[in-house]
Design a protein around this ligand. Structure first.
Ligand code: 5GP
Ligand code: ZN
Length: 114
């Protein structure tokens, strides 16, 4: 947890370009955007990956989707559309060990992903 980049962002030790924040969740622009809109949504609680989720976390993870809807509205892209992605583990492409949700929009996204 001490070495977790996203916990450092939460503590203000690493700056971020904030998009949304409340008591449970922080959202900020991805440093290496893959789309015109690429923000990350993270819970303030450190959970290293989907594999570590407990029953107690169900509300929090559901809440993140509610926040995603709010962010879409805030950015004016609810109607155009967007994609929420959470990578898990090496094959899933996860590089940061603090569960997070990519919010991607602003261009036609390919399916299936590479
Ligand atoms: P993952 O590869 O784990 O699914 O996603 C991690 C994401 O975090 C990547 O898209 C990467 O660009 C982003 N990222 C890594 N370090 C930082 C950082 O210090 N600040 C911000 N804003 N994004 C970061
Ligand atoms: Zn963390």
């Amino acid at each position: 947890m001490e070495d977790c980049i996203f916990c450092k962002i939460l503590k203000g030790e690493i700056p971020c370009d904030k998009v949304y924040e409340d008591d449970r969740v922080l959202s900020f622009k991805d440093i290496n955007p893959e789309a015109p809109v690429h923000v990350l949504i993270i819970p303030k609680k450190h959970i290293s990956s989907i594999n570590e989720l407990k029953e107690d976390d169900e509300k929090l993870i559901g809440y993140i989707y509610t926040v995603a809807g709010k962010i879409a509205k805030q950015l004016g892209i609810s109607e155009k559309g967007y994609r929420i992605v959470s990578n898990c583990g090496e094959d899933g492409g996860q590089t940061v060990g603090h569960i997070h949700f990519h919010f991607l929009a602003g261009r036609k996204l390919n399916w299936p992903p590479g």
